[in-house]
Design a protein around this ligand. Structure first.
Ligand code: HEC
Ligand code: HEC
Ligand code: HEC
Ligand code: HEC
Ligand code: HEC
Ligand code: HEC
Length: 376
């Protein structure tokens, strides 16, 4: 008996007690792989198991969940509920972690974070409960709720943004790196008093939200590459050495959408020339044009021109020792800029809300900015 099979057989005895009887009643010596209990073969059979475990694994190996690797240090102070497999599992069972708690040898979000195959006998998701965002609004978009449990802002912008000493605003201050759920819903950026905000309908019409767009794969034999779709969780990656977008989800609604040749830009032209450069470009380029007004390579961005600036002329963050108080408008601008940058969809998650927020933020620092094209 090969060592791997021997381990499975030995472990089968201990697992069997915890597993649902219906799924695990059958014994050893049956099915495709007589050497291991048939109850395990749905996933662990050496040939054609019922579930494509090895395939999911191959893509997962290349995903940020596996490779970015922050579990080792984001293993306490509440960070673990999103950053470690162990922390997330505990969070779904017990709620908010004790900030002093941590586990030895934490691991990255992995198979058992999102699934509980040894308890359920399948790949149903560990949680798909609606998610309460930091500002109290609810995110409820099908199975995408799983993703939103972790990919949400950790701050309530309306309470966090306030006049504050310059030395308290560090580059990691703000909504945190994964505010996607909030932006998909169209909420929780710093919203300027007296302005009305709307939302793209993506949140209402894409059944499983995040999952529909990020894990979709083209139908048929040619499945892009392991870097894209499925358990890579990525929409962009390399195929035969070329930057490639996975349009398979988008084209079910945007039938003519193409990748802009030679770029990783989705070919969907914006309704207006939002960045005032004289051309109606694809949405992501209009959003880039607006972000360039905050920070740009020429060093002329609004956040590079304040006293003291948030960013240096070369684009690096300007750490300030001064405790002189920054006014609300400056803090709000930094917060919103960081949030849209951290979202990283360049407007795709919610074109309407993201452009409204960028418009109001630019105008608050530059009253001459023409807002007549602000989406209504
Ligand atoms: C519904 C699918 C499924 C079934 C059924 C299943 N497993 Fe697993 N098992 C998994 C997955 C997924 C992994 C993680 C695999 C990976 O990382 O590639 C795993 C991993 C393991 C491991 C490696 C330990 C670890 O933590 O990675 C052992 C041992 C194991 N399973 C034993 C069993 C035994 C024994 C049975 C039958 C009683 C069984 N499994 C049934 C899905 C399943
Ligand atoms: C509500 C869930 C959540 C909490 C709490 C949280 N994070 Fe994160 N964090 C994320 C997500 C999701 C990402 C990935 C975002 C992305 O790639 O778009 C991330 C990304 C990061 C990154 C950047 C990773 C990279 O290089 O791309 C760092 C560093 C980080 N977190 C540290 C921390 C620390 C330290 C804490 C605790 C003080 C913490 N996080 C708390 C969800 C969370
Ligand atoms: C971040 C969450 C996440 C992680 C980590 C994850 N999965 Fe999944 N997995 C999902 C989601 C979401 C789906 C459903 C995809 C869909 O709706 O098409 C899924 C679906 C699957 C399926 C298809 C189930 C079916 O009924 O056909 C398999 C098999 C699977 N996962 C295996 C794995 C394995 C093996 C690992 C570890 C290598 C893993 N998953 C890690 C979220 C995750
Ligand atoms: C347990 C919390 C958790 C869940 C659930 C989760 N993620 Fe993540 N995700 C993270 C963290 C944390 C990171 C960054 C990893 C790190 O910092 O080590 C990340 C990274 C990513 C990345 C890579 C970003 C990059 O910078 O390359 C993508 C894409 C992603 N997640 C999409 C998803 C999608 C889609 C889902 C739902 C199927 C999902 N995530 C579910 C916590 C989670
Ligand atoms: C309409 C389809 C769609 C939906 C719905 C969607 N995304 Fe995205 N997402 C995108 C696109 C397109 C990008 C940009 C990808 C690129 O250019 O690399 C992106 C970028 C990202 C990134 C950054 C990845 C990177 O390459 O750095 C993360 C993380 C992410 N989305 C997570 C989520 C989460 C979590 C949800 C649900 C709350 C979600 N997305 C919903 C389409 C979608
Ligand atoms: C279930 C259908 C559906 C899917 C899937 C879908 N979209 Fe959309 N999308 C729409 C509809 C309808 C609108 C117009 C209404 C709106 O923005 O509220 C829209 C609007 C947009 C806009 C804003 C256009 C503008 O100028 O306001 C962008 C950008 C976009 N989609 C990109 C994408 C990308 C990229 C994908 C795939 C990753 C995708 N969509 C997947 C239905 C969908």
């Amino acid at each position: 008996m090969k060592p791997r099979k021997a381990i499975l057989v030995i472990l089968a005895a201990s697992f069997a007690a915890a597993l649902p009887l219906a799924a695990y009643a059958s014994g050893r010596g049956e099915g495709k792989d007589p050497g291991i209990p048939s109850s395990c073969q749905d996933c662990h059979a050496s040939t054609s198991p019922r579930f494509a475990v090895a395939g999911a694994h191959a893509r997962y190996e290349l995903s940020g969940h596996k490779t970015i690797g922050d579990s080792a240090y984001a293993n306490g102070e509440g960070c673990q509920k999103c950053h470690t497999n162990e922390g997330f599992v505990a969070f779904t069972k017990k709620g908010e972690p004790d900030p002093k708690e941590f586990v030895a040898d934490p691991s990255q979000p992995g198979c058992f974070t999102c699934h509980m195959p040894h308890e359920t006998g399948d790949f149903s998701l560990r949680t798909v409960s609606p998610v309460t965002l930091a500002n109290g609004k609810t995110f409820d978009v099908g199975n995408g709720n799983l993703c939103a449990t972790c990919h949400r802002a950790t701050a309530d912008a309306s309470k966090t943004v306030a006049p504050m000493p310059a030395n308290r605003v560090a580059p990691y201050w703000g909504s945190h790196h994964g505010p996607q759920a909030d932006l998909v819903m169209g909420t929780n950026a710093y919203e300027f008093p007296g302005r009305k905000y709307g939302s793209s309908s993506h949140k209402d019409i894409i059944n499983d939200g995040c999952i529909s767009c990020h894990m979709s794969l083209p139908k048929g034999r040619a499945g892009l590459s392991l870097e894209i779709g499925g358990h890579s969780f990525m929409i962009a990656g390399r195929v035969h050495g070329a930057d490639t977008l996975n349009l398979s989800a988008c084209v079910s609604c945007h039938r003519d959408m193409k990748q802009v040749p030679g770029t990783t830009v989705f070919g969907i032209i914006a309704q207006e020339d939002y960045d005032h450069d004289g051309r109606k470009e694809p949405v992501q380029l209009e959003v880039q044009g607006l972000l360039d007004r905050f920070v740009n390579k020429a060093g002329t961005g609004l956040l590079q021109k304040l006293t003291p600036p948030f960013y240096n002329a070369d684009g690096s963050f300007n750490f300030v020792r001064s405790d002189a108080v920054r006014p609300l408008g400056e803090v709000a601008a930094f917060y919103n800029y960081r949030m849209i940058m951290d979202d990283r969809s360049m407007g795709i998650h919610n074109t309407k809300y993201i452009i409204q927020i960028l418009y109001d933020t630019i105008q608050s620092l530059d009253p001459t900015f023409d807002v007549s094209l602000r989406p209504q």
